[in-house]
Design a protein around this ligand. Structure first.
Ligand SMILES: [Zn+2]
Length: 106
């Protein structure tokens, strides 16, 4: 399992709350059967999808194999058409605790 965060941000004028084209896109994405799309990009699971409506930001957390394929997922899926996107490797807090606990043992 490898965790990645897709961090997205868009302009207020491009927000699905304000822009008819973005709104149509988001509603269509919400109807997609993601389970049939994810294997193409070696995404094992979408763990979470969280959005801040008024900051116009979001984070999707994925269990995936290849960040370059996540990039392809973001481009081909249309997410990058109105969002700035960062793809960031993530670890859990438990991982941080485990690694931190080993530092002083060496
Ligand atoms: Zn927005």
């Amino acid at each position: 399992m490898a965790l990645y965060g897709i961090y997205g941000r868009h302009e207020i004028r491009d927000c699905p709350l304000n822009n008819a084209e973005s709104r149509k896109f988001v509603v269509e994405v919400g109807k997609r059967d993601m389970s049939s799309i994810l294997p193409k990009y070696k995404i094992n699971k979408i763990i979470g999808q969280y959005h801040s409506a008024l900051e116009h930001t979001y984070i999707w957390i994925l269990d995936a194999e290849d960040p370059h394929l996540i990039q392809q997922f973001v481009i081909e899926g249309g997410m990058a058409s109105f969002n700035e996107v960062k793809i960031v490797p993530l670890i859990t807090f438990d991982d941080v605790v485990r690694v931190a606990g080993k530092i002083d043992q060496n």
